[in-house]
Design a protein around this ligand. Structure first.
Ligand code: AMP
Ligand code: GLY
Length: 415
């Protein structure tokens, strides 16, 4: 089989790495891929946000399966376009992907079907939004409705900060179209857990739990990022909580999507917060999360291709999915300045390579060697018999990696 993976970050590297182990795949492509993916798949220079380019490539090369991994092409309807051209694709169709691309849709769905989430109000008008701030407690959370690279969420500790956030989104166009409608929601406290779920729209199979580290700096300080590290499993996600979440959150969500004629086939990500009054949904993603995928897929024992095909053919109930009981940790190495502006093109030196998995996010191969090409550069992932062992291995490997400006958190998995 010929398989094409769309995307070019750490998540896609982990997906390509896992698919590469499938005996049924004869040729793997990745568009656009990156410097690390290039050692496992043929990278094709087509942006992930070019549906026409992807469809044409898949037709010309007679690709048997295209895996659409990132949020943007899913929101653009890349899966629908591939299918309309008689091509097989993995990922939710556009109407189903709206569970991530429109927070308004996601919130109304949860409201209608009684799925626990933070209280909220939507606004598209500045004056009304600011007036509403008179009624809320602080901190309060301000979110852009659309996709904003994980940066469209502002936790405002006081009224002044909240007003600034509302102004940035609704008046100053700082988040583009994604911020023309905003959500003001109750601030929740508790441990955050990420649960990625395989689903064919009817049957579902939760993956092992994981936890992400969104803030840029140690002790959860600094701005939000796309993710600075992750580990799996989450010690907070006990079997009792898992059972509750399956019955009260996962099953009702998948059922709701089917009822709304938005059958969800793919990976549905539940960003949960375990509050004193029970688990609640912070967000849905219509795809594998990043960096969570980098700690979850190394624990998957089953052939990922078999699972993807079963999801497309709606026979997920017929396969058994197994996981190893190891712990996994991933520490992200980022460019100096990230998540703000940063320079690229710095040589990456890897002095010794241990048994760690190096999932590349922002790297590029050049005649001079591997160089940085993005904000998040590498995800250093290790497995161990305990979380501590996995973390020790990952941090040991990091000691032998260097690029100018490199920064990373030293407290992944320490909470
Ligand atoms: P989201 O993209 O909606 O997951 O938000 C990004 C991050 O902002 C989450 O992982 C949380 O850390 C934080 N966050 C979002 N919504 C809330 C909320 N209602 N209460 C507290 N923290 C939140
Ligand atoms: N780690 C959260 C996300 O993928 O959006």
């Amino acid at each position: 089989m010929k398989v094409l993976v769309v995307g070019g970050g750490g998540r896609e590297h982990a997906i390509v790495w896992k698919l590469n182990q499938s005996p049924r795949i004869s040729k793997l492509y990745c568009a656009p891929g990156n410097g690390g993916i290039a050692s496992l798949a043929e990278c094709v220079d087509i942006p992930a946000t070019d549906p026409e380019g992807i469809v044409n490539f898949a037709k010309d090369e007679q690709i048997d399966l295209t895996v659409v991994a990132p949020d943007d092409p899913l929101a653009m309807g890349m899966v629908d376009m591939l299918e309309a051209n008689g091509l097989r694709a993995f990922g939710p169709r556009q109407r189903a992907a709206e569970i991530e691309s429109s927070k308004l849709f996601a919130k109304e769905l949860m409201n209608k079907y009684g799925i626990a989430t933070a209280h909220y109000q939507f606004f598209d008008e500045y004056d009304a939004a600011v007036r509403y701030l008179d009624q809320v407690d602080f901190p309060v959370v301000i979110k852009a409705d659309g996709l904003a690279l994980g940066k469209g969420v502002i936790i405002a500790s006081c009224r002044k900060e909240a007003e600034e956030a509302v102004k940035a989104m609704l008046l100053d166009n700082k988040f583009g179209k994604a911020g023309h409608r905003i959500l003001i929601e109750e601030f929740l406290t508790g441990q955050e857990v990420s649960i990625l779920v395989f689903t064919d729209g009817i049957t579902f199979a939760p993956m092992v739990s994981s936890q992400d580290h969104k803030r840029a700096c140690d002790n959860d300080e600094g701005p939000n990022t796309g993710g600075m590290g992750a580990f799996s499993p989450s010690p907070h996600y006990t079997p009792e909580i898992a059972e509750y979440v399956e019955q009260k959150i996962i099953k009702p969500t998948i059922h709701a999507m089917r009822k709304e004629d938005r059958l969800f086939q793919g990976v549905l990500y539940f960003g949960l917060i375990l509050t004193d009054s029970g688990p609640k949904v912070l967000e849905y993603n219509a795809r594998f999360g990043d960096p969570e995928t980098q700690v979850v897929l190394p624990r998957l024992e089953t052939d990922l291709l078999e699972i993807m095909e079963a999801i497309i053919d709606q026979r997920l109930d017929q396969i058994k999915i197994s996981w190893n009981d190891k712990a996994a940790a991933c520490v992200v190495l980022a460019s100096g300045g990230y998540p703000g502006s940063y320079d690229s093109g710095f040589p990456i030196e890897i002095r010794t390579k241990s048994e760690c998995l190096l999932f590349h996010s922002g790297t590029k191969r050049t005649p001079q060697g591997l160089v940085t090409s993005g904000g998040r550069v590498l995800g250093v992932t290790a497995l161990g018999s305990s979380l501590k062992e996995a973390l020790d291995k990952a941090y040991d490997q990091i000691d032998s990696i260097y690029f100018e400006g490199m920064h990373f958190r030293r407290d992944i998995g320490k909470r």
